[in-house]
Write a protein that binds this ligand. Structure first.
Ligand code: GLN
Length: 474
């Protein structure tokens, strides 16, 4: 029944361009029926799960919304896809995104932009990016939940813009094996869902050590973290931090108002609200846009028409012609911009001034967070210095996910790339520090136009706490 509704919605909402490929109604229904006859039912039994198209599936193509991979089908399933299926979930299709995950509005796609309808304004609104296809698929009932990837906010931002839950787990908890790398030191697989409960169910299914991913958190470290968490004395009343630097001039009044209302709601439930300082917030954005393109330029080198990618027509003559022609035709403008930027910041001439500096800022961002959380970072030596007084430390941070409401697609035409990067200002810091963060839809007032997301960030490994707080706000 549920599967049928999703399939009907997929047909009636085709114009939103949420999917690049669909599993097909007949195949889904066959799997749903087969699932019904099974005796041991998994936690995602019969649920339709959409998969972002930069995650490998053997049954459907994996294009990463790039011209260079337009004909690629992976010979294997990513670990997360296997885990979804093992839990009883059915892969319903592959969702549209910004090419290789580079973007904040899901408009830089070889297959065209994703949109979300705005009934009141009658204009096409940004779905957020880069997991915009996954977000729209969930928000419009085309699937039960979806997987996205979050490198600098790509799960949280589209969740905020489309009014759903978007959860990015701590870096290393969920396997990246079979996930096309954008910036691998930042890439995480996240979940988009209608409710925190659904997001949690999917997270539980995909969370776990994978020996095929060298950055996967080992069982020993996982045990150490859960011991640390169980030793913590959890008060029913939480200490909620408000990062003062997030109150930027670019914050739209509606979003600021929603932030205040969300904090009031938490205070009325008996939690304590405390101002905290994350001084590196603005520099974090600049550092991200040096580090992510640098890693991207290296990760995307393999798409050359020989190892991977649709090869350009013509003779394979003088050295480099085949590569440059293939890459020139296959990549979109934003990807080319990032590859060039990354190649430059990694060059001998620029590395000290850009890449190395950005790495240092990244470390400062991590230290900023460690200073404000009462839980010590389980990945670091707890005896280090510089921690704030216990009375000043907090359990979670609560702030907006994005500085504005979803913009219209038309208004984005006039935006420069740098202006577009500002929409990531609140999501990038948690990515640089590898922290868990969730975006929760929040209604500031009854007549509110457009969706607003409130973000909850916690210390590394404290993923369940972010979801607990999300549940209060939702
Ligand atoms: N908008 C950011 C970028 O373009 C984040 C993308 C992501 O998280 N994949 O890099």
């Amino acid at each position: 029944r549920e599967a049928q509704t999703c399939i009907a919605n997929q047909a009636s909402r085709k114009s939103l361009n949420a999917f690049i490929s669909l599993a097909g109604g007949a195949s889904i229904l066959r799997k749903a029926e087969a699932a019904d006859t099974q005796r041991d039912r998994g936690p995602l039994h019969g649920r339709l799960i959409a998969i972002k198209d930069n995650i490998c599936t053997s049954e459907l193509p994996t294009t990463s919304a790039s011209g260079i991979l337009k004909t690629f089908t992976s010979p294997y399933d990513a670990t997360v896809v296997k885990k979804i299926q093992k839990a009883g979930g059915i892969v319903s299709g592959k969702t549209n995104l910004d090419e290789f995950g580079m973007g904040s509005h899901s408009k830089c796609s070889y297959f065209g932009a994703v949109t979300q309808n705005d009934a009141s304004r009658g204009e096409a609104l940004s779905a957020g990016g880069s997991s915009g296809g996954s977000a729209v698929a969930v928000a419009t009932g085309q699937c039960w939940a979806a997987l996205g990837t979050d490198t600098g906010g790509s799960v949280r931002l589209p969740a905020a813009y489309t009014g759903i839950i978007g959860f990015k787990p701590s870096y290393g908890l969920v396997s990246r094996w079979g996930v096309l790398a954008y910036a691998n030191s930042l890439d995480t697989v996240g979940v988009l869902a209608q409710s925190t409960q659904h997001a949690e169910a999917v997270f539980e299914a995909i969370n776990g050590y994978d020996e095929q991913d060298p950055t996967s958190l080992t069982p020993t470290t996982r045990t150490r973290i859960s011991n640390l968490l169980s030793q913590r004395r959890r008060n029913s009343s939480l200490r909620i931090g408000v990062p003062l630097e997030y109150n930027i001039a670019e914050l739209s009044p509606e979003v600021r108002c929603a932030w205040i209302r969300a904090l009031e709601l938490l205070r009325n439930q008996g939690h304590t609200i405390l101002p905290v300082s994350i001084p590196t917030t603005k520099r974090a954005l600049s550092a991200y846009y040096v580090l992510a393109p640098a890693e991207a330029s290296s990760n995307l080198a393999k798409y050359d028409g020989v190892r991977y990618g649709t090869r350009a027509e013509g003779p394979d003559g003088a050295e480099g012609v085949l590569f440059s022609k293939t890459r020139g035709q296959g990549f979109g403008d934003e990807v080319k911009r990032r590859v060039l930027l990354g190649a430059y910041t990694l060059s001998a001439e620029a590395i000290d001034n850009y890449f190395i500096q950005a790495q240092k800022v990244r470390r400062l961002v991590q230290q900023d967070f460690d200073r404000v959380f009462s839980l010590a970072n389980p990945l670091l030596d707890v005896r280090r210095t510089g921690r704030q007084n216990t009375d000043e430390r907090v359990d979670v941070l609560v702030c907006p996910t994005a500085p504005t409401l979803p913009p219209t697609l038309e208004s984005l035409e006039k935006q420069s790339p740098v202006e577009a990067y500002v929409s990531d200002i609140f999501t990038v810091p948690a990515s640089l520090a590898g922290l868990p963060a969730v975006s929760v839809p929040f209604k500031e007032s009854q007549g509110q136009e457009g969706n607003i997301g409130i973000q909850v960030i916690a210390q590394y490994g404290d993923d369940n706490l972010t979801l607990d707080v999300a549940r209060i706000i939702e």
